[in-house]
Write a protein that binds this ligand. Structure first.
Ligand SMILES: NC(=O)c1ccc[n+]([C@@H]2O[C@H](COP(=O)([O-])OP(=O)(O)OC[C@H]3O[C@@H](n4cnc5c(N)ncnc54)[C@H](OP(=O)(O)O)[C@@H]3O)[C@@H](O)[C@H]2O)c1
Length: 306
């Protein structure tokens, strides 16, 4: 099979495109012919060596959409020809490839309404957003949430989900993406280059930070007493709050079929629409990584694999 992979950590230039052996399905696994795979914020960090442990050649990529090509022993709920989408097991990379072997129990059938490109784009971002907003923050109708980094993949899903729940949504973005995040339903949009959110926002019930660094640490200031904040761009631990009357949370983004089915349900019900997409071929992986690593695009970067 063709794949985009690395044989050493480094800049985007270490990404290679070439042939690797086809995977086989172990018991309980399926082999999926990948149609689309997406680029996530974690991918360039893996490529750069920030997650250190790796066996080379290492195929990058965490989410995909495709068609079941082989069903391993004991797989009775998916069959050859089923369109499926999903996210690889936590800590495992490998979606930038024409084929992947994966446990059938952690992938879901792709709804017909969702293209392979959109399903790949919404798998890990949707999983992360639903777990952060619904499971971790337990956002409720009538609450106010600040979502940091509104134009990104996870945040653009989260804005729509928070509106669907009935919350009031404030989000931050650069001037170039103001209309984009307003179109996703945000009630109030802050251009972070023109305004200091800690001065204009206060009394929030919840914060969902997808930016990290100083933005994450300063986010505690906008919470009302008893407020809660969830962080996905500050490493494995939630940052320590500088006040004692708020809760700091790190969503546990596990892998399972049920949350993928929740994503499919949200999309087919029209509650969440797919993000803006920029398409690449696997042979253009280095170019896609340059854009991802610069962190100022909107929506999602997706590989059209076949
Ligand atoms: N399971 C997990 O824990 C998990 C899963 C997925 C992602 N993540 C992490 O979550 C983060 C977000 O990932 P992503 O893929 O959704 O998006 P991303 O590609 O990392 O972020 C891109 C977006 O960030 C915005 N941005 C950059 N600096 C900003 C700032 N100071 N304030 C507000 N917005 C800013 C940019 O918008 P502008 O151009 O308008 O600035 C751009 O649209 C990454 O760090 C990723 O590693 C974690």
């Amino acid at each position: 099979m063709k794949a985009a992979f690395i044989e050493q950590f480094g800049g985007p230039e270490v990404l290679k495109y070439g042939d690797l052996p086809d995977p086989a399905a172990a018991p309980g696994e399926v082999v999926v012919d990948v149609v689309a795979a997406s680029v996530n914020g974690a991918d360039w960090k893996v490529r750069a060596g920030q997650y250190s442990e790796a066996k080379f050649p290492l195929v990058l990529g965490r989410d995909f959409s495709g068609v079941v090509a082989v069903a391993g022993a004991g797989v009775d709920d998916l069959k050859i020809g089923d369109a499926v989408f999903g996210v690889l097991e936590a800590g495992r990379e490998g979606a930038y490839a024409e084929k992947i072997a994966i446990k059938a129990a952690i992938i879901a059938k792709k709804p017909d309404e969702l293209s392979h490109v959109h399903a790949a784009a919404m798998a890990l971002t949707g999983l992360t957003a639903t777990i952060a907003i619904e499971t971790t923050l337990k956002l409720r109708r009538g609450e106010t949430i600040l979502i940091q980094g509104g134009a990104g993949g996870v945040a653009s899903f989260a804005i729509q989900l928070a509106k669907h729940i009935g919350a009031r949504v404030i989000t931050t973005t650069s001037a170039a993406n103001l209309d984009y995040v307003s179109g996703l339903g945000a009630d109030e949009v802050i251009d972070y280059n023109a305004q200091d959110f800690t001065r204009t926002v206060s009394g929030c019930d919840a914060v969902f930070d997808t930016v990290g660094g100083d933005v994450a640490q300063q986010s505690f200031a906008v919470l009302k007493p008893g407020g809660r904040a969830a962080f996905i761009a500050s490493g494995a631990q939630a940052p320590k709050p500088d006040r004692s009357d708020v809760t700091s949370l790190r969503p546990a983004v596990g892998r399972a079929r049920a949350p993928l089915e929740r994503i499919a349900q949200l999309v087919t019900a029209g509650a969440v629409r797919p993000p803006e997409i920029k398409l690449y071929r696997l042979s253009q992986a280095a170019e896609a990584h340059r854009v991802s690593e610069a962190r100022h695009f909107r929506g999602k970067l997706v590989f059209q694999v076949r």
